[in-house]
Design a protein around this ligand. Structure first.
Ligand code: 13P
Length: 334
């Protein structure tokens, strides 16, 4: 795989006014989302739900790609078209979550390290054959009393870099995601410090593993107050802190940065992205790769009637994509 092809895919993922929809929840996580709206966690419900999302009319106006889960990339529409083929035919780049989840980090109570490197080369080769052109790996950095430790930050950065190098070897653009978790009562300054240390360590590790940044996308968390913090930073402060933190850690050669929503409301996630893009003068496109903030309205509607409400639910997916697509250009009119 040439770097030109990887760079072309990466640039298409962050094309102006476009972002990613993350629908890569593991079977356990989608089960929790389904339970919250009274849906049973069966394979057919998961398939039908993902079909509803992926077949949203005109989705590619504001969505460049979608991240699938292992089960989903092997599933098809009710008419028998594999989801990855359906997406490619409709101008949506198929992506795949390839990590095997965050597990307790030995010797570091309360901290996690993401697993999944064993056998990854073979899995990536298979996903490429199934149509995937980018892959996601999520590391989890918790903030709390005396954490994160350097051990946690470095272990996760190392795993992200090893995965990213393998992705590029197999022709997939790595979407590297070090998520600094919003849970906790920490303030925005603490989030800034932790995010800065995490990103510095990540880009060091990517360099050590010979990862080509031109063919890499960063999926970042915003610099934001902890959910339990009494003094919540406002939209301007989140936007300014996030952009400053990224500018001081992320090389300009990276094709783009996309954000996760991480538990923000739909409106917050859009307002923050819009405010960052309104600042202008950014070295890279800043866009979105939201899961919950793209889906939660649609899931509620679909759960009420999984047949009659398909069009209504798809309209909310389209609307959220459009709003976030405008925010990715600093043109959202809240
Ligand atoms: P949220 O936007 O719901 O945080 O999910 C995005 C994602 O893919 C996390 O890995």
């Amino acid at each position: 795989m040439s770097i030109e092809q990887l760079a072309e895919t990466a640039q298409a993922m962050v094309a102006p006014g476009k972002g990613i929809i993350a629908i890569d929840e593991s079977t356990g996580t989608i089960g929790k989302r389904f339970a919250s709206v009274g849906l049973e966690n069966t394979e057919e419900n998961r398939r039908a739900y993902r079909e509803m999302l992926l077949t949203t009319p005109k989705l590619n106006e504001h969505i460049s790609g979608a991240i699938l889960y292992d089960e989903t990339i092997r599933q098809s529409t009710k008419d028998g078209v594999p989801f990855a083929k359906y997406m490619a035919d409709h101008g949506i780049i198929p992506g795949i979550k390839v990590d095997k989840g965050a597990h307790a980090l030995a010797g570091c109570p309360g901290e996690l390290v993401t697993e999944g490197l064993d056998g990854l080369r073979e899995r990536l080769q298979e996903y490429y054959k199934l149509g995937a052109r980018f892959a996601k790996w999520r590391a989890v950095i918790n903030i709390g009393e005396s954490i994160p430790s350097g051990t946690c930050i470095e272990s996760n950065a190392h795993a992200l870099a090893r995965y990213a190098a393998l992705c590029q070897e197999c022709g997939l653009v790595p979407m590297v995601e070090p998520e600094v978790i919003m849970d906790g009562d920490h303030d925005i300054e603490t989030c800034y410090e932790v995010t800065e240390a995490t990103l510095r360590s990540l880009f060091d590790a990517l360099y050590q593993q010979n990862v080509l940044l031109e063919g890499t996308i960063l999926k970042a968390s915003m610099v934001i107050s902890g959910k339990g913090c009494e003094e919540q930073a406002d939209v301007e402060e989140v936007a300014e802190s996030t952009v400053m933190c990224l500018k001081s850690t992320v090389p300009a050669i990276l094709p783009g940065v996309v954000f996760l929503s991480g538990g923000q409301t739909d409106e917050q996630s859009t307002a923050h992205l819009d405010a960052m893009n309104q600042m202008g003068n950014l070295p890279w496109p800043l866009s979105f790769s939201y899961g919950r903030a793209m889906q939660q309205a649609a899931l509620k509607l679909w759960a009420k009637d999984t047949k009659a409400n398909i069009a209504k639910a798809q309209q909310t997916v389209y609307d959220r994509a459009k709003e976030n697509g405008l925010a990715a250009q600093g043109k959202w009119n809240g």
